[in-house]
Every structure is written in structure tokens, then in C-alpha cells.
Design a protein around this ligand. Sequence first.
Ligand SMILES: CC(=O)N[C@H]1[C@@H](OP(=O)(O)O)O[C@H](CO)[C@@H](O)[C@@H]1O
Ligand SMILES: [Mg+2]
Length: 572
Amino acid sequence: MDEKQRSILLDSSSRFPPPPGVKLSYGTAGFRADASILQSTVFRVGILAALRSLKTQSVIGLMITASHNKVSDNGVKIADPSGGMLTQAWEPFADALANVPNFLHLVQLVDDFVMKENIPLEGVQSAVILLGRDTRPSGESLLEAAKQGISSIVGAVAVDMGVLTTPQLHWMVRSRNKGMKAAEMDYFNQLSSSFRCLIDLIPPGSAVNVMDKLIVDGANGVGGEKLQVLKKVLHGLDIQIRNSGKEGVLNEEVGADYVQKEKAVPRGFAPADAGMSVAHFQLSSISQCFRCASLDGDADRLVYFSAIPNSNNRIRLVDGDKILSLFALFIKEQLSILNDNEGDRENNSYPATLGVVQTAYANGASTDYLKHLGLEVVFTPTGVKYLHEKAAEYDIGIYFEANGHGTILLSEGLLHWLDGRSSEPSLTSKGSEQQKAALRLLAVSKLINQAVGDALSGLLLVEAILQHMGWSIHRWNELYHDLPSRQLKVKVVDRSAVVTANAETVVVRPLGIQEAINAETAKYPRGRCFVRPSGTEDVVRVYAEASTEEAADNLANSVAQLVDQFLGFGSS
Ligand SMILES: CC(=O)N[C@H]1[C@@H](OP(=O)(O)O)O[C@H](CO)[C@@H](O)[C@@H]1O
Ligand SMILES: [Mg+2]
């Protein structure tokens, strides 16, 4: 690095000293902490983003969000040129940069990394970084810190895209690097036109029964705000948005994480919140069977639910696994129409590989169901970066975490073939059915975010498929019945003492604990249980599943006790 660059970096980094004694890790979803200690981290991630852009000679994204965490937290993560997560190869540098104690060491660290990675720091290169933030009040000043970090690298330019959902920013990065239109309105237009295309392709006679109201919980965050805009360009989908952030607090007893983990109605959905008498609420929820959806704080997670009348705010949860199942069913149907060659003069099929990716948190009943459909199901460790990478190995890869983060990836080769199929002159009525199937899959590829899981585009695809099938939320929920499950968190001395294998389903360290878990699990019919250290919280998570609620609870509790015995504060 030349003298000019060195002195700019020294000067700017001296204005962003790290808080003493804080150690952060890039983790599964970037850096996250209380917003008050993040200025220096975000500044430094600005530097990293500029270097990444120079290295790849592409547009990079920097998103300021802490997703479903409480409103006083914030965080920062990077979108790579593909629109996906930051390459895992740069995570160690991200950790080192965030934690380097003083600015002289920082400059040395950057210099070494630039040399090692051969980053073209000098010369005429330019770097472009798109910035986005969610609605957190701390976002504005953290954005300023990111800009300062970016402008510490000569030639790097920050473009502030304003308040966005995380998936919008990832979509913009991907679109910019593909030379496509990438403004926010282009995103909304692409979603609404591909949704419309799927609706127009619905077989005649299907779209009955499902026109009940859709009510969406916006988690008091950015998702509700953006859905309002989308609704205006959509036409023909009756959406009512609650928790859009005008009154309530971000993620406080609202949002997809709350709904999925607590299995409870979010605020704003109880009869009193809805401004109805209990009798009227119950009557209307039965007769109109409200279909409800919930987004998380940065709108990359989506779950559906319906309220159970007279149940003290309990819900029927339709989680990420069931969204995955609905998508898989629809995709499989389109592929079989396309590959039905009877009567075709040429064998014009495409040997498309279709794969489904889950984590160990997927409900066992969903995995059984997907396998029963004849689908290939594979497992990865927790964290979207692992699922996404695996799904990209297929022509069509569908991935979802049970908590509602997921998407469908379609390969370039398949899209090219579908383009050809959809524009062939149709000679027979069957030909036209195949063209429709090709057009549906092309529309799916435009509707569903190819960069990351996206609650808004996921919601539109769910809605289009329900209309296509002519299904209510209850019919959808009946695809299979979830096995009762329970999740617990255990505080331990050092969660890094837990080492797992086989997509986190087996503990290899500490020795002996897996045998004890196995012995406990064997006591329960359909019992399944695993433990793993969280990547976002200082806890060990316990997941248990069994044939009854009581059994799942008991299994989770006894394994939590085992974790405490082996690793808890009384263990040493
Ligand atoms: C059980 C669970 O929901 N875990 C979540 C949570 O990770 P943990 O490593 O379990 O803390 O946050 C991740 C980032 O949002 C998400 O990818 C993951 O699915
Ligand atoms: Mg999120």
C-alpha cells in the first residue's frame, strides 16, 4: 500500500477505536451485538467491503441489520458479487479485522491481507459498495461509520440505497453484477409481474376456496413497509398488513422468530388487538379461515399460521419445512408435465436434477414426507450459507431452515432449456401444457429471490401456488402432521467445547455425551434429539422430537440436564 493510502487509513481508523474487551465473530449471519458497541466494527467491515469489491472487480453489498434480534441490537453483513453471503474464505480476515486492538495493527493487517490476496489497491481500479439498512434507529449512524470505512480505501465508492430488506439488497447486488436493472422499483416490478404470470397460468377451475383474507405480521420492521409498496403494484391479492412499525416495537412479541419459536399469535392479531369482540373474531376466523403470515425484522424469514379458536393465542404453525414441501410439490408437478414425452416426436426432455436441502432442525415428518415424494433430501449444518451452497449443486435446489429462511435456486442450463421450451410453436394441446409448465418455472425463477431467502417473494410464491392448487391454509397444513418437538437453550461454561459431526446430529466432544443422549433418546417412540453450540448466542441448543408433546418435552429436558452435567457450571 502506498503512503497516501496508508495515511488515509491511519487517520480514519484512529477515529473509530474498538470498545475495550469486546470480541466479535462473523458467525452465521455477520457481526451482531448491542448497537452501542458497533461503530468500529461497522467502519472496519466498510474497509473489508471495499477490498472485496476491488478483489472481485464487482459490486458488493453491505447490510446493517440484526434481523430478529431486539431493537437495541444491530449488526452488519456482506453480500458477495453473486448476491450470496460473503465467501467463507474471507471470514477469518473479517474476524481478525473486527478484533484488531489498535489502528497501527489494523493498517498492518490490511497491508498483509492485500498482499496475500493480491488485491489491486494501487492504480485506476474502482470499487462500488451498495449500502442498505433496516429500520433500527441506530442504523443511520452505523451507516455513516460504514461510509467512512469504505472511503478509507482509495477509489471505493459507497452508494446508499436507503432502508431496505436484507434480500432486497442482495437482489440489487446480484442484478447490478449481471448488468440488469437494479433499482428498488425494478425489484417490485419483477416480483409483481412474475406473480401475475403465475396467476395467469393457473388451470381453469382451480382458483376457488382460497380467496380468504391474508393478514401479514410485519414484525414492526422494514418488511411491512415494503409490503405496502408491493401491494400497490400487485393488484388482485387481498393483503392486510399489521405490525407495520407505526406503533409497536421491532420484534417485540411479533415477527417470524417469535411465532415459530413460541408457537403463539403475535401482538396485533389477538381479538382485542384486531379491534373485534372475541365472539366476532372467533366467528370470522372460523368462517373466513384467516390465512396469516409473519415476516422477521429484516424480511428474510417467512412463516404462515392460523389461529386456533378458544386456545389462548395458540396457533397452527406452517413453518419453513411446510413452505419447502409446498414448493417442492409444485416444482415436481411442473417437471413431470415437462418430462411427459408421450406423443412427442422428439425426445425433448431435460434430465433436471432436483434436490431438497434441510438442516437437523427440520421436523422429521417433513423429511419423511419429502422422501415419500421421491425427492432427494440432503442435510447441512445450520446457517444459510451452507444450505445455499448445497442447493446450488442441483438444476433445481430448494432449501429451507425450519424457521422460514429459504429459497429455490434454478441453474442457468435449465433456464436456457426452459426458455427454448416456452417459445416452441405448440402443435398439440399437450405441447401447450408443457409450454405452460416451462413458463411457470421461468416465472418462479424471477419471482423467488435467487440470491437469498426472501420473505416477500416467498409469500407471493406461496400465494400463487395455493391459488394454483385451489388450497386453503388448512389443506396445505394437512400435507403431513408435524411431530411434536421442543427446543431448549442451556448456558454452559464454554460452548466451543461441543464439537459435532454429520450435519450437527452427532456430538464427538466431549466424550461420552453422545452415548448418554442415545440412551435417553432410545426411551421414546420416534425419539430424535441433538445438541449443538449456537452460532449467534452464547448457549448450547437442544432439539428434541418424539411422538407426543409430553415425550418431546421430557426428552429435551433430560438431554438439557446431560448438557449441564457435562458442560455446565457445576461440571468441572
Ligand atoms: C435453531 C435456529 O433457528 N437457528 C438459527 C440461528 O442460528 P444459531 O447458530 O442456532 O444461533 O440464527 C441463524 C442466523 O439467523 C439461523 O440461520 C439459524 O437457523
Ligand atoms: Mg432475518
